[in-house]
Design a protein around this ligand. Structure first.
Ligand SMILES: Nc1nc2c(ncn2[C@@H]2O[C@H](COP(=O)(O)OP(=O)(O)OP(=O)(O)O)[C@@H](O)[C@H]2O)c(=O)[nH]1
Length: 322
């Protein structure tokens, strides 16, 4: 898992001109799994830079999405949902979240509008109360899924949970208050030059985004316990030589890792049918991302109990040491 080097990123790019009073800096969203953090980031950035799914704990990597505004540049660091760790992977994810919290300029604490506040939310609220130096904005997410009364009640309940600098109800689905949320976050950033060129939406390498898109496609419609057992690595990726101009093709060879042979059979499906569908769905998304046609070769491999094995975790890129 890539370590954040925010100090390096704070070094301004030399030729960028910017108006006086320009603000730039980092924000991160925290909250229980499945509260809509990745979807909100994508909506604010305006493009899919983090994968989402209706299963908890989809996010495993810190993806930076960049929101460009005339007066500010907001870089959003996406984190996995905080939860009580059960596996070594869970522990690594939690420590990744914690190390991110102390490095950002502002934190967004996400609580969904359509679910009662639970132990998970209170646990995180307590953790956040310890971040005394960093402002925390509470976001009541998914307001489109709740009535106005429910949203109002949730705003009050969230207020009770801690000392937030602001509370903003938002919906990534219908766009409610997205601008306001961006305003509030930008207001907490320090003055400084843009940190990324105009137009950059993320600094994740393409290989990482491609692997995440394959993982997203593979998560569709599998049994509940499987998502946490799937990891994807791009083994090789590059332009096809000799392709005619206007007909560019990118060759991608990727491996889909599962923990047990029985899971391999599920992912592949009868006569390879499921894997073919995963490949087709992923290819469409990757073609949109890269802007070329894509040849995608997917292999399913077993990495026995990789979530509990430090060596395997390192090999699959989850090598955050803390
Ligand atoms: N109706 C509605 N659904 C939403 C909204 N935001 C997110 N969702 C759905 O909620 C589910 C979870 O969203 P994610 O963005 O993956 O949640 P997350 O908090 O990043 O989840 P983890 O990666 O598990 O931490 C997905 O099915 C989304 O489509 C929203 O504003 N309205």
């Amino acid at each position: 898992m890539d370590e954040l080097d925010l100090e390096r990123l704070r070094t301004p790019l030399p030729p960028l001109s910017y108006p006086e009073g320009f603000r730039s800096g980092f924000a991160c969203f925290v909250g229980r799994p499945n509260v809509g953090k990745s979807t909100l980031m994508n909506a604010l950035v305006g493009q899919k830079v983090a994968i989402t799914s209706n299963r908890p704990q989809t996010t495993r990597r810190t993806v930076r999405g960049i929101v460009h505004r005339p007066d500010a540049q907001l870089i959003i660091v996406d984190t996995p949902g905080l939860h009580k760790p059960r596996t070594l992977l869970g522990e690594r994810l939690d420590s990744l979240v914690r190390s991110t919290l102390v490095e950002v300029d502002v934190i967004g604490f996400c609580v969904p509008a359509d679910e009662p506040i639970g132990r998970g939310d209170t646990y995180i609220a307590r953790e956040l109360a310890a971040q005394r130096d960093t402002p925390v904005v509470a976001l009541v997410t998914k307001t489109d899924k709740a009535t106005r009364e429910q949203v109002a009640e949730q705003l009050l309940a969230v207020q009770e949970l801690g000392g937030w600098t602001d509370i903003v109800p938002v919906s990534a689905e219908d766009g409610e208050n997205l601008d306001r949320a961006a305003d509030v976050f930008c207001g907490h950033l320090p003055e400084g030059p843009p940190l990324y060129p105009d137009g950059d939406l993320t600094d994740e390498p393409d290989e990482m985004l491609v692997a995440e898109l394959v993982r997203e496609a593979a998560l569709e419609g599998v049994r509940d316990e499987l998502p946490h057992s799937i990891a994807v690595m791009v083994d090789e990726m590059g332009p096809r030589e000799g392709a005619r101009p206007g007909r560019e093709l990118t060759d991608i060879y990727a491996s889909l890792y599962v923990e047990r042979p029985s899971q391999k059979a599920i992912v592949i499906g009868a006569k390879g049918e499921r894997l073919r569908r995963v490949g087709t769905a992923a290819r469409k998304q990757i073609e949109a991302l890269l802007g070329t046609r894509v040849y995608l070769d997917l292999r399913v491999r077993v990495a026995k109990d990789w979530q509990r094995d430090p060596k395997q975790l390192r090999r699959l890129g989850f090598d955050q040491q803390t």
